[in-house]
Write a protein that binds this ligand. Structure first.
Ligand code: ADP
Ligand code: MG
Length: 707
């Protein structure tokens, strides 16, 4: 950025969004009211109303410079998709065109579905797929160097109505939890709340590197992560980056990101440096679940797009650098009514908040019964480098409740009744001029994959480049199921107070094994979890079967979130994605090792040999032991690399020839990945020896310390 340009956030916030304020101002009263009936009460939208909305939306978008519109959707590729149509009609006899956009075009799009993953739901010759407007997530205009486009958030389904995307099941799961949470609220005498929605605030971690250097790393370009790379002398051991002062170049970039996001109505709130050098985080203020999922996609898009303008590159991969902290996404989740009640708010004395205790123990039951499914929801290829590898968070699902709720739960388990709640104490700093304040009753625990943090749960397993949709679909559904089970019992009870008291105790006792307040990174926990019978699923390939396990199918089908067929197709897509990703990584390694690294090492070795010869010919008895030693060492490593490369080529070809599916994915994980590691080892050792000038790409140190 050249000159600093100042702006007022309140003025620009949401200026490119067709939000409620714009609709209220622009739509005829009757139409505005009808649309709200659709949005709030799930009524059907008639074409006449849609026509009026489409017209106003177009007029508004054209004022913002839009020439095209697109149905913006989230197929199972992990990124968003769009097909652009301009607003023009066919030229009139006078040679001019009109700009038009009909209700039909707003409601329904028809992209060719055959090139999106469907997991066998659709043969390629059955190409029809539909995108359908999700009026609960506002349309927006995206302005950039490529022009301005009206983007309409849509769901994406096949001709036969099966979901081919993230949004469709997400919306279905939101309906499920709405219905079941309302049932539960009614049992406690609530007659006023009309709607219950999951609130979601996803924190996004990412790396920023210099774009020039990025462009010299084919591994980053093709796979999003480094496939080779020796550790620099300094890593993250000094803890000096976390929350450190943000460097000006990065701060200018963040400012630009925020500005773009604010215009799109995304409430970018928090930003800071993360644990690893060059790693950062952005968190918005939480929003309704489906809006939050859409916004997270916009955040990822914007982070990448704006980086280019600053000569930077944003890496969203879960593990761009081996040996350096990876990136994740914390999915903060709570349940809120339309009249502002957070069902996860414990109040000051949780022990006597019966509704909260029921909600809480229902959550213990949901997570305990579906731990493997929730783990699967966080599985993606890059995340295998975090979950279950030597990094946070652990692959074992457990819930952290903290001292206060942990104590209440223990009382329930021991006696069936909780009689008191621990209180926060006064914080003593030992400094007179710092005002005293009361601490929270509970400390935080950074090692837990699923932590209660005051009035929400924080699911910390999701990968940084993954959509948060899957995690929320699963959470919404399994909690809906637990609420439904509880309501089935309580609605029949003669004495509600007694029945709910017993049920809370039963759930607490039955599902206490899922609660763990200790250090989730310790080896003792792994052993303890095994004793408790909690699943420890270390890789994506082993996580996938949970989608089609009988208890998962039952829960999803009960609430119409997924059919068994849709689940089977998703499992198939996940295996395919795994195999394809590892295949690309293996081929990139083969390419880089063969065309860049081995030739560079040969040059280096040749220069050593020449040095030995020329020194010797100058002074016959000169000491050339250093050159000779280096020559021997690097020649040996070179030959190791060549052997490993041949093996990797061989195994990659074998894997590629296998039929798609679980077996192929397992082969990629067990054989191809092992061959990749075997090639990386000698290459990384060579990087430590070879003349830096001769090494064909920037090092880890260049990438993460010199942004
Ligand atoms: P942390 O200290 O763990 O980073 P923050 O208070 O910064 O926690 O919140 C992280 C995210 O959680 C933000 O997106 C925030 O808006 C969101 N959040 C806060 N309260 C809730 C809630 N009740 N439900 C869902 N998300 C919430
Ligand atoms: Mg945080």
């Amino acid at each position: 950025m050249s000159e600093q340009e100042y702006f007022n956030v309140a003025d620009i916030f949401g200026e490119n969004v067709f939000n409620d304020a714009v609709m209220q101002e622009r739509l005829p009263k009757k139409v505005y009211k009808k649309l709200h009936e659709v949005m709030d009460e799930g009524k059907e939208l008639d074409l006449e109303t849609a026509d009026v909305i489409a017209h106003e939306m177009k007029e508004w978008a054209i004022e913002k410079g839009a020439t095209h519109y697109t149905h913006w959707f989230q197929p199972l590729t992990g990124v968003t998709a769009e097909k652009h149509d301009s607003f023009i009609t066919s030229p009139m006899p006078n040679g001019k065109v009109l700009m038009s956009f009909s209700g039909k075009e707003l409601i329904k799009g028809e992209p060719d579905a055959s090139s999106f993953p469907s997991g066998g739901l659709r043969a390629t010759f059955e190409a029809r797929g539909y995108t359908a407007w999700d009026c609960t997530s506002p349309a927006f205009v995206r302005q950039d160097a490529a022009g301005a486009t009206l983007c309409i958030p849509t769901a994406f389904c096949s001709y036969t109505g099966e979901a081919l995307d993230q949004k469709t099941p997400l919306l279905r799961s939101m309906e499920a939890i709405n219905d079941q949470a309302l049932r539960l609220l009614r049992l406690f005498g609530n007659t006023t709340s009309k709607k219950v929605t999951p609130s979601v605030g996803p924190e996004q971690e990412y790396f920023i590197v210099d774009r020039e250097k990025y462009l010299q790393r084919k591994d980053l370009i093709f796979t999003g992560r480094t496939l080779f790379g020796a550790m620099p002398p300094k890593g993250q051991e000094m803890d000096d980056h976390y929350f450190g002062a943000i460097r000006e170049r990065i701060a200018a970039y963040m400012r630009d990101v925020n500005k773009e996001l604010w215009k799109l109505g995304v409430s970018a709130k928090t930003q800071h440096n993360e644990v690893a050098p060059a790693q950062h985080e952005l968190a918005p203020i939480y929003a309704e679940c489906n809006v939050a999922v859409d916004h997270n996609q916009l955040i990822m898009e914007t982070l990448k797009k704006v980086a280019g303008r600053h000569g930077l590159q944003c890496l969203l991969h879960e593990k761009p650098f081996a040996g350096v902290n990876g990136s994740g996404k914390h999915d903060n989740w709570s349940i809120t009514t339309d009249d502002g009640i957070n069902m996860l708010e414990p109040g000051k004395t949780p022990h006597d908040n019966v509704q909260f205790l029921l909600v809480l123990t229902c959550m213990l039951k949901a997570i305990d019964e579906h731990a493997a499914l929730l783990r699967a929801a966080a599985a993606d290829v890059g995340n295998d480098h975090r979950l279950g590898a030597n990094e946070a968070p652990p692959a074992i699902l457990s819930i952290y409740l903290g001292d206060q709720l942990g104590d209440v739960l223990n009382q329930l388990i021991a006696t069936g009744t909780a009689t008191h709640s621990l209180k926060g104490e006064k914080l003593e700093t030992g400094v007179k001029t710092i005002p005293d304040f009361m601490k929270d009753a509970t400390d935080r625990n950074r090692t837990s994959p699923f932590a209660f943090t005051g009035n929400k749960f924080e699911f910390r397993m999701v990968g940084s480049q993954d959509s948060v949709a899957q995690a929320n679909i699963v959470l919404n559904t399994i909690v809906a199921e637990a609420f439904s089970d509880a309501c089935d019992i309580l609605e029949k009870a003669d004495n509600f107070d007694l029945a709910v008291h017993d049920l809370i105790k039963d759930y607490a006792v039955e599902h206490q094994r899922i609660v763990f307040n200790g250090n989730g990174y310790s080896d003792e926990w792994v052993a303890e979890a095994e004793r408790r019978g909690l699943p420890n699923i270390k890789s994506m390939v082993d996580a996938i079967p949970a989608y089609v396990a009988p208890e998962s199918v039952a829960a999803f089908e009960k609430f119409g979130v997924f059919t068994k067929t849709e689940l089977e197709s998703r499992a198939e897509i996940e295996y395919e994605t795994y195999a394809k990703t590892i295949n690309i990584e293996a081929k990139a390694m083969i390419d880089i090792a063969g065309k860049q690294i081995i030739p560079a090492v040969i040059k280096y070795i040749t220069s050593l040999a020449q040095s030995v010869n020329s020194v010797k010919s100058a002074v016959a008895d000169a000491d050339v032991s250093v050159q000779s030693e280096l020559l021997t060492e690097s020649s040996a490593l070179l030959s190791d690399a060549q052997v490993a490369l041949a093996k990797l080529k061989d195994e990659t070809a074998k894997a590629g020839a296998m039929e798609e599916g679980r077996e192929q994915a397992v082969y990629y994980r067990d054989v191809v990945k092992t061959a990749m590691d075997a090639l990386r080892t000698p290459v990384d050792e060579l990087e430590m020896i070879v003349d830096k000038e001769m090494w064909p790409m920037p090092s880890y140190g260049d990438l993460i310390f010199e942004v």
